[in-house]
Write a protein that binds this ligand. Structure first.
Ligand code: RB5
Length: 150
């Protein structure tokens, strides 16, 4: 599977270890920066990764900032993006199984390197269950008022 990876300065410390983890799991990784710990702005990288996933250039994305929150908010503005910021492995598994989350966001100031790797492993190893969960995603696409599938 093809993944896009992005981080800001706060997430930079986790970049190499997470990319290596993705590659070790057999995935191809497109590195969309940042490339140093110099201060930058998280939406730059959220936008790049979300656009790549939204347009189908890659299947999934991983974004790391200080909290994971800004990345998830920015990425989720793109069509078809379901970005989640996670810090526990149960939610990481369920984010794939029940909500087909296609971008994993993490906060480097929230999780340590060990938990970050575990979160990534938990998230990337699960599949979407479809069925009634697919119907619920369709209801989400239907909007906050109607919620009718497509
Ligand atoms: C940068 O200081 C910080 O705001 C950013 O990394 C992220 O946590 C935003 O959600």
């Amino acid at each position: 599977m093809r993944y896009a990876f992005g981080c800001d300065h706060a997430g930079f410390e986790l970049k190499d270890v997470l990319i290596k983890e993705l590659v070790a799991a057999g995935h191809e990784v497109v590195d969309m920066g940042t490339d140093s710990a110099e201060r930058t702005d998280f939406p730059i990288y959220a936008n790049k990764v979300a656009q790549a996933v939204s347009e189908g250039t890659v299947e999934r994305g991983v974004l790391v900032c200080g909290t994971g929150l800004g990345m998830a908010m920015a990425a989720s503005r793109y069509p078809g993006i379901r970005a989640v910021s996670l810090s526990d492995c149960y939610s990481a598994r369920m984010a794939r199984r029940h909500t087909d989350a296609n971008i994993l966001c993490m906060g480097a100031r929230v999780v340590g390197v060990g938990l970050a790797v575990d979160l990534l492993r938990a998230w990337m190893s699960e599949d979407f269950e479809g069925g009634r969960y697919a119907e619920r995603l369709a209801m989400m696409r239907g909007g906050y008022e109607g919620g009718h599938p497509d």
